[in-house]
Design a binder for this molecule. Structure first.
Ligand code: IVH
Length: 675
């Protein structure tokens, strides 16, 4: 793109420089506030690069609100203290509907007859205050003890959606905005995955990571954490033009009008509601909690009319006009019963903590992953320790720490096993992992079959992994092909198996007798061949015969297929046993449907899909994989760049957003028809 009519860096005048900054700010608003970018990311980066070149040539021009400061690099040895005026308060908590009702009743008794509330997410991050003087970010500070915090301006500047300059002509002389800094869950997961790949210690949770990032001396560290800021209040606003006087009287208009006008993006999921509406909104948000992009620990309910705030006043720590209506906790302390070891389908040994059952956010938890031997050592886990367990999003519960102060003195340290728990073969140690090296290990075979049948395999839902285990251990099912030879008579020999369940299992197996090659390929559990790679391979080699005949060179010629995958595929197909199993599969009545050539489909290629609500025929992951396999993209949020929003049952706000933006909406049936 033409750089919007800007000369080369060397020819810049000071006026050009100011105009460039304005242009970048214009696009910031489009991107961060309106969610409606006008230029591509690459073009935006070009503008930033140009800005940096100009600033290199004219360091004396650099303005305190230059977007280049977002890149970070400033290092501060210490953080001076900052006074908060007025102080940053805390909130009282309501742990259940009864406590929320008590809060409501107090307001009614105080003379507010039909309280109207503004309901906001209770962000689980770190509270900060941003002070803008004459429109320019002057200070960013932590909450600290509420009266005084620490000056962390250098780090706050790097937070992508914190404007360094208010996006308002003739800005107010002074405004202080308060809100919360956090890390979206997906970015947190990516950060930890990266650390894991590098063999470094992972972060315990998004909150601590955000808090740590804001207190770094070198602001590049903060920038790399992908922090975001969500404002929730305006503490003070001085404006000689007396704008917003009306809007500041209501919390919902502060959110909907004042904050966006200043250049802030507010969070979704807020509403204005009466008492009963708050209750149903709470239930709705609780259900959708695990779909959200970030951790919420509840809702904050505030009286919407801010004029009533003063009359009500506050206690020593919290205002009387607001309450945090918390979601059930998803972490808690419980006792470790024992550590058991699971053998995976590749021989990997995973230690699992068996726990005294504990209710975490409404779900009973009695097992948690301990990952690997290093993790057990890091936790310094002892027998029967009390441990803190967390459940966040959809991930498996995790033990995050042991409580040594509650430990029995005689307790022994948990030592990782040396031999396979199934076949007793000595384990081999590969960096932080232990593996059973015995290819005939019964534990490995059982796990392999369980994978084959599971959701990520060919997905025979009615046949749970307990039953797969029983069938394997009894000798009835020795390999995946045997599943298709099961009969009612055989099944009924098992204790706990009845006519109804047997019929259900057999019907589910029959449903898989016609199986697309790509799906089967992913289920075979060939190392390094997951769902995506399986569909790439099937797009080039439509059936087992042609893939079995492919050379390493032919395989690596495919985009996305590297030598590791190619070797792994070759070695799987070169084993006679594996080829025989595929033949047996056919003999047992399975038809492998060849992938049709040129699978990348025009309807999907380059198109962005967003899913919302529950689909009846797919999991979210399966639907997204189907899109990707056809050359499309699956995204998690709706913007003008979205091509289709597929709406399942009980859709969330994404459907409404799609309607608002005029994005094409598909029902699940229409989506299936497109596939
Ligand atoms: S209002 C005067 N609104 O929760 C009331 N706080 O438990 C206090 N928080 O320190 C601030 N989301 O860090 C408010 N929508 C929201 C919030 C929120 C999260 C945090 C904030 C506060 C803490 C109190």
């Amino acid at each position: 793109m033409a750089k919007q009519g800007f000369p080369q860096a060397g020819k810049f005048t000071h006026a050009d420089y100011l105009r460039l900054i304005d242009t970048i700010y214009y696009h910031n608003r489009k991107y961060y506030v309106e969610d409606d970018p006008e230029i591509s990311d690459a073009d935006y980066d070009d503008l930033l690069r140009l800005l940096r070149q100009v600033e290199d040539l004219h360091p004396d021009w650099i303005r305190p609100d230059s977007p280049s400061l977002k890149v970070g690099g400033e290092v501060r040895e210490e953080f001076p203290t900052v006074r908060h005026d007025p102080p940053m308060m805390s909130l009282d908590n309501a742990m259940d509907a009864g406590e929320f009702r008590a809060f409501h009743d107090r307001l009614v008794r105080a003379g507010i007859h039909n309280p109207v509330y503004h309901v906001e997410p209770k962000f689980d991050g770190l509270a900060i205050e941003l002070v803008y003087e004459n429109g320019i970010l002057a200070v960013g500070s932590t909450r600290g003890d509420g009266e005084t915090g620490e000056d962390i301006t250098h780090n706050v500047r790097t937070v992508a959606n914190v404007p360094l300059r208010l996006l308002l002509p003739n800005p107010p002389q002074f405004v202080s905005v308060r809100g919360e800094v956090l890390i979206p869950l997906a970015d947190f997961a990516a950060l930890n995955a990266e650390l894991a790949r590098e063999g470094k210690k992972q972060f315990a949770n998004p909150r601590n990571t955000a808090a740590g990032a804001l207190r770094q001396q070198d602001s590049r560290e903060a920038r790399n954490k992908k922090l975001v800021f969500f404002p929730y209040s305006i503490a003070r606003l001085e404006d000689s033009q007396k704008r917003f006087t009306e809007e500041l009287r209501f919390q919902n208009t502060i959110w909907e009008i004042v904050l966006p006008a200043l250049g802030f993006r507010i969070a979704q999921y807020h509403c204005t509601a009466n008492f009963n509406e708050v209750l149903s909104y709470y239930e709705e948000m609780l259900k959708r909690r695990s779909e959200l992009e970030y951790d919420l620990d509840g809702l904050v309910i505030k009286l919407n009319d801010t004029r009533q705030w003063e009359n009500l006043g506050s206690t020593s720590k919290a205002p009387r006009w607001a309450i945090a209506y918390k979601f059930p906790a998803r972490s808690g302390i419980t006792r470790l019963e024992r550590v058991v070891y699971q053998v995976g389908r590749t021989g990997l040994i995973t230690p699992v903590a068996e726990l005294a059952p504990i209710n975490l956010g409404g779900v009973m938890v009695s097992r948690a992953s301990l990952h690997n031997a290093d993790e057990i050592a890091r936790l310094d886990l002892h027998e029967h320790d009390y441990v803190e367990v967390v459940r966040s999003g959809d991930v498996i519960p995790k033990v995050i720490r042991a409580l040594p102060e509650m430990r029995n003195r005689q307790a022994r340290r948990v030592e990782f096993i040396r031999n396979c728990p199934e076949c007793k073969t000595p384990l081999v140690h590969e960096d932080v992992y232990y593996r059973c090296p015995n290819p005939d290990c019964s534990g490995i075979k059982e796990a392999y079959l369980q994978f084959f049948v599971s959701k990520n395999g060919i997905d025979i839902e009615a046949l749970g992994s307990e039953w797969v285990g029983k069938l394997y251990r009894s000798g009835v099912v020795q390999d995946f092909a045997d599943i298709f030879a099961l009969s009612k008579k055989v099944l009924l020999q098992f204790e706990g198996m009845g006519e109804v369940l047997a019929a259900k299992i057999l019907a589910a197996i029959d449903q898989r007798r016609q199986i697309p090659f790509a799906k089967l390929l992913a289920a075979l559990g060939i190392p390094n061949v997951g769902e995506h790679i399986a569909s790439v391979l099937a797009a080039h080699f439509p059936d087992a015969e042609s893939l079995a005949a492919a050379s390493e060179e032919q395989l690596t010629a495919i985009h996305e297929i590297g030598p590791t995958i190619a070797r792994s595929v070759r070695s799987w197909f070169s084993e006679r046993k594996n080829r025989e199993r595929l033949d047996k599969l056919r003999k047992n009545g399975v038809t492998i449907i060849p992938a049709s050539a040129g699978r990348v489909s025009d309807a999907f290629s380059g198109k962005t899909f967003v899913f919302t609500g529950t689909l009846t025929r797919f999991t979210r992951e399966q639907a997204e994989a189907a899109v990707r396999a056809r050359g499309g993209r699956a995204a998690s949020s709706v913007s003008r760049k979205t091509d289709f929003v597929v709406v399942g049952e009980n859709p969330g706000s994404k459907a409404a957003k799609a309607r608002e933006l005029g994005v094409r909406i598909l029902s699940e049936e229409e989506f299936v028809a497109m596939l």
